[in-house]
Design a binder for this molecule. Structure first.
Ligand SMILES: CC(=O)N[C@H]1[C@@H](OP(=O)(O)OP(=O)(O)OC[C@H]2O[C@@H](n3ccc(=O)[nH]c3=O)[C@H](O)[C@@H]2O)O[C@H](CO)[C@@H](O)[C@@H]1O[C@H](C)C(=O)N[C@@H](C)C(=O)N[C@@H](CCC(=O)O)C(=O)O
Ligand code: ATP
Length: 465
């Protein structure tokens, strides 16, 4: 008997699917449009559309690299559709994958989906086997040898609209970076405008069939989206004229959201932010070298900077304060362009900025003082709790604790109800796991660290627009 579904259609039974097929890639370097085709062995088929817009660098010699980068996008972006059934085999129609590309794909399709598997009650470790249908890889050096010609040196900064990429933009704006955004939210446009730089808008459209399948019983949950965005930005570099993609990935992304027991008693980390973590970085780097050569890279500009230092530096850039928006609920299709004021991301960003700004100013940005709202106690407490840390892009538990403990020492914040209630617990946790006592790095040091991370001299970092 068929399972009923919310749409009334036939149920989709993920367990019946055995193979996910990464089919052909259609791409037109002239227009910048690409179609990424996929299917399950018994259907349905999916097509994801990408539109990079017009070229800024009209050099046909770069098309080869653009297409090679798009093949990586095709492979990694397939994770959105693969996740609907999580079958044991991924068949790639085309040449054998290089070893580094295969390692990247395996990690993305396994580690990148651990949150989804945990939250759906599935075994968290489950890497599919990748098999290619055959032929020589276009990326394997042929008789003429060598990787495709790289784009010109230069920096491309993907802008999500949050404080992290806004800080990176502020630190690097004098170096003439290209700012780009995938399906830009209004906040990304505002951040670019605050920096006085144009924003290149790249369009990505998921196959609507995926949403239908979700209604019919497909597995659904978080996907390693930053890995997809990073590779789209690498491909865009061949059209926009930069070889270095600069992401705003911070050290707190390395803290697992949960530690769970694996089948053999091992501890397995499940990290909502896995595709922003130091674990993915070398896998991505090696796959880029193997496919595109050593001149093309992705850098994590905030890796050496703790979230509280990111926030302290961002607090000194008022021209971005009415531009940025880090609330992920605002980025869901059809949502309002504002801080919802009641989600883990709003709470963490408010908390991280609070030691550096007066309550009235922060309440002006967020619409209200979240730390003086007793109904948010459980939400703030969860930021400190290893069993309850939200599956969201929030700082480490130690950072949340240090921020709360620091606020208790500031007369302007000490009386706020959440601070008063959580400060003793927070102080104990901060003292035990640090950073405590917390002393923010100077904004100049943070902006300098960003510049150094992308190979520029730290000195001369200019702040603001
Ligand atoms: C905006 C957001 O947070 N969306 C997450 C949410 O999805 P929801 O159903 O509420 O709305 P949509 O984002 O419109 O997604 C509709 C469906 O499409 C699937 N999907 C979306 C994008 C994609 O690239 N592939 C997809 O398959 C999605 O699963 C929905 O079924 O909940 C979803 C389930 O947990 C999340 O997958 C959605 O997250 C988006 C992929 C997203 O862009 N999220 C970023 C804001 C985000 O979480 N960034 C991370 C970065 C860490 C990382 O790279 O993993 C962060 O801020 O922590
Ligand atoms: N739609 C997008 N287009 C381009 N880049 C994006 C997009 N969404 C996220 N990114 C980039 O992916 C990386 C991780 O995103 P993340 O949400 O952590 O950062 P953010 O938006 O800069 O800041 P915050 O953490 O405050 O929201 C960042 O470098 C961000 O700029």
């Amino acid at each position: 008997m068929e399972r009923p579904t919310p749409t009334g259609g036939p149920a989709f039974e993920p367990e019946r699917v055995q193979v996910f097929v990464v089919e052909q890639l259609e791409a037109d370097p002239e227009s910048g449009r690409a179609q990424l085709h996929y299917r399950f062995d018994d259907g349905p088929r999916f097509t994801e559309h990408l539109d990079f817009g017009p070229r800024r660098v009209a050099d046909p010699a770069l098309d080869e690299g653009f297409l090679a980068a798009l093949r990586l996008v095709h492979l990694v972006a397939g994770v959105s559709y693969y996740k609907a059934a999580l079958p044991p085999v991924v068949e790639v129609q085309g040449p054998a994958l290089g070893p580094a590309v295969e390692r990247l794909a395996q990690a993305v399709y396994d580690q990148g989906l651990r949150e989804l598997k945990l939250r759906n009650g599935l075994p968290v470790e489950q890497a599919p086997v990748f098999r290619a249908t055959g032929g020589r890889s276009p990326e394997q050096p042929g008789p003429t040898g060598g990787p495709p010609p790289p784009p010109p040196p230069g920096l491309g900064i993907p802008v999500g609209g949050g404080k992290d990429s806004a800080l990176v933009v502020a630190a690097l704006r004098e170096s003439d970076p290209v700012l780009l955004s995938v399906n830009p939210p209004p906040a990304a446009r505002r951040v670019a405008a605050a920096a006085g730089l144009p924003l290149v808008e790249i369009r990505r459209r998921l196959d609507p069939e995926l949403l239908v399948l979700n209604q019919r019983g497909a597995w659904n949950g978080h996907v390693p989206i930053t890995a997809v965005v990073a590779l789209v930005a690498v491909a865009a570099g061949y059209r926009l004229g930069y070889a270095t993609t600069v992401l705003a990935l911070e050290s707190s992304a390395d803290e697992p959201t949960r530690l769970v027991a694996g089948p053999d008693g091992r501890v397995v980390a499940v990290n909502h932010q896995w595709s922003k973590s130091r674990e993915l970085e070398p896998l991505l780097g090696a796959a880029l070298v193997e496919t595109l050569g050593p001149a093309v890279s992705v850098r994590s500009a905030l890796r050496a900077v703790p979230e509280l230092d990111v926030a302290a530096a961002f607090a000194t850039l008022p021209e971005y304060h009415r531009a940025f928006l880090s609330c992920n609920r605002a980025f869901v299709a059809g949502a309002e362009d504002r801080w919802c004021g009641d989600c883990p991301k709003c709470r963490f960003v408010f908390l991280a900025l609070a030691p550096n700004l007066p309550p009235e100013e922060l309440a002006g940005i967020f619409g209200r003082n979240l730390l003086d709202d007793p109904s948010q106690l459980a939400g703030f407490a969860a930021l400190l709790d290893p069993e309850d840390k939200p599956f969201e892009c929030v700082g480490t538990r130690g950072e949340s604790a240090a921020a709360l403990a620091a606020l208790a020492e500031q007369p302007r914040w000490a009386g706020a109800s959440i601070v008063a209630q959580l400060a003793p617990r927070a102080r104990a946790l901060a003292e035990a796991s640090g950073p405590w006592p917390w002393r923010p790095a100077s904004p100049e040091a943070v902006l300098g660290a960003v510049r150094e991370a992308v190979g520029l001299e730290a000195t001369g970092a200019r702040r603001g627009a």
